[in-house]
Write a protein that binds this ligand. Structure first.
Ligand SMILES: Nc1ncnc2c1ncn2[C@@H]1O[C@H](COP(=O)(O)OP(=O)(O)OP(=O)(O)O)[C@@H](O)[C@H]1O
Length: 207
């Protein structure tokens, strides 16, 4: 499945952040979003995931084709690791829980409550959730935060396997996941033009 983004404009807190963003992400492809802090990588990913509306533009696939992986969002603290994945697998009508546990090295932690996981273990569970969504296009926001070297390598393998089986990934990351084939999309040219400022106004005070 191909993701075609055309002239997308996105905003954060009502303020336009990026505009006229156009790119294509094909099956089997990984694209890495680049740009300085605050340029709008998270905002772009959240907009594509359907978590906030776009100001303008078109996205060729519905949010149901996209899986958003960020932080530990969506984890139920009182459920165990395995129960969390079973919950999401039921929501998505898939059956990949054991595979996901194994892929992110969570088999030994399957009976532990999510609340009692370390930050890195929570992150691994959040990434295992991607696998049980069964969705082809992954949107990843700094997926390797809190992960140790071994877990980064593990996740690199998971992404490569996803790409090899026709999936695609759009990610904001500063870490080399070992994806030699990944394309880089620099967001700098899409920075929204600043709104007209009022002299002595709020913007001036914080400039
Ligand atoms: N809740 C919010 N309300 C208003 N503005 C926000 C809010 N969250 C973020 N912003 C602003 O929106 C802009 C885009 O932020 P975003 O998090 O998308 O950038 P980013 O490229 O992901 O940054 P980083 O590399 O630091 O993670 C920034 O200028 C930020 O200050």
């Amino acid at each position: 499945m191909e993701l075609r983004v055309q002239d997308l404009a996105v905003a954060r807190g009502g303020v336009p952040v990026l505009e006229r963003v156009s790119f294509t992400l094909s099956a089997g492809e990984a694209v890495i979003l680049r740009g300085p802090n605050g340029i709008g990588k998270t905002t772009l990913l959240r907009t594509l995931a359907g978590l906030q509306p776009a100001l303008d533009g078109t996205v060729s696939v519905p949010p149901e084709s996209l899986a958003y992986g960020a932080h530990a969002d969506g984890l139920k603290a009182v459920l165990t690791v395995e129960e969390n994945l079973r919950f999401w697998s039921a929501v998505h009508g898939t059956d990949a829980v054991d595979e996901a546990l194994a892929a992110m090295d969570l088999l030994a932690l399957r009976s532990r409550r999510a609340a009692n996981l370390s930050a890195g273990q929570k992150r691994r569970l959040g990434l295992a959730r991607l696998l049980v969504t069964g969705r082809p296009i992954w949107l990843l926001d700094e997926p390797t935060v809190s992960l140790d070297g071994a877990s980064v390598a593990l996740f690199g393998q998971v992404v490569r396997r996803h790409l090899a089986t026709g999936g695609a990934a759009l990610m904001a990351t500063h870490i080399d996941l070992g994806l030699a084939e990944a394309r880089v999309l620099d967001l700098s040219p899409f920075r929204a033009r600043p709104v007209t400022r009022m002299p002595g106004g709020f913007d001036e005070a914080f400039a």
